[in-house]
Design a protein around this ligand. Sequence first.
Ligand code: GLU
Length: 428
Amino acid sequence: MSLSHEIPSYLTSQGIGPWGVYLEQIDRVTPHLGSLARWVETLKRPKRILIVDVPIERDDGTIAHYEGYRIQHNTSRGPGKGGVRFHQDVTLSEVMALSAWMTVKNAAINVPYGGAKGGIRVDPRTLSMGELQRMTRRYTSEINIIIGPTKDIPAPDVNTNEQIMAWMMDTYSMNQGSTSSGVVTGKPISLGGSLGRREATGRGVFVVGCEAADKLGMDLKGVRIAVQGFGNVGGIAARLFAEAGARIVAVQDHQTTVINENGLNVPELQEHVAKYGSVAGFAEAQELTDRTQFWGLDCDILIPAALEQQITGKNAHEIRARIILEGANGPTTPAADDILHDKGVLVVPDVIANAGGVTVSYFEWVQDFSSFFWTEDEINLRLTRIMREAFAAVWQLAEDKKVSLRTAAFIVGCTRVLQAREMRGLYP
Ligand code: GLU
């Protein structure tokens, strides 16, 4: 006999996948939600999951099929909002967790959105530009029924960029019959994109990093930083920290790890990556032969800015940094959180640390609606203020409640979502 409240298998933790990590984080925040805990089940069930088949004709005439997703985890506070990821390891569990983290993040940073995420299970490096465009357009057509400027607004994430957003905006607009710039954010400036959006996530990591360092009485001059991921988040954050006087002593990407005790030259490393697609072979550095050694490197600040579940119960005890800034979504497992807490490592959680991207996405969306565009200084000033205030509020709550910054950020975010849920009520 099946009970009406029985949990469908895809909603269970699915082993130790990203969705399992998220569920555990929700269990940890629930005792702090007071009477709103009555509604917590809503956070454990995505509102809407769309799985689509994405067929394309390859350049050689064969037909390839890819697995695509768009998930709206929660829309209590506004339209769905969150990026689209193209990666060979994309799974249902991953997109579910990423959409849920967007719900918590958007509420914690207080932008008027719910949470959503999308993805295609594909290694985009195996596609030509033409194939990439056809796949992006077909995917957009398939999810067209649930996205829209007031319904759900995609944006860039791992392996997606301004060009992909331009194709998504164009496909949606062609299907709609009129140009609709507010349907995606992270667009090229010429199509209604925002100044400062490309750098926003990395800049936000830098801003909260400065706040966290300040709390620990750390001076950024000479501080040693190790970064995992050297894309749009890790690369920009590294550059801003280096400009502020820090030393970037290690960078790990999908291929290798480069180290230099005296500090890597970040602009030169960025040029190298633009040319060769990886940090591998960078002249002014040594390469680590065993990539797992990255976690034990001697540094003051560690920035995981790649994928989920990198810092786990297996390697957390090796970490020597005093601060971890989560540029990635979900890089630390709950088991690792406990180890890091016992070691006195300060973890600035993803839902605050990397919220700069969606914050400037919000600015972009507002500018598109009003067709009035702001200066880059205005955007960076507003972004900095929002990030600092969010960090300060979460810090204070963590002190008051004697909980981690992650639990404090989840208290802020989940409380806002569930208050909205409760006030709206159930209908029909
Ligand atoms: N993909 C980014 C994130 O994980 C940005 C999402 C957005 O701007 O909507 O926060």
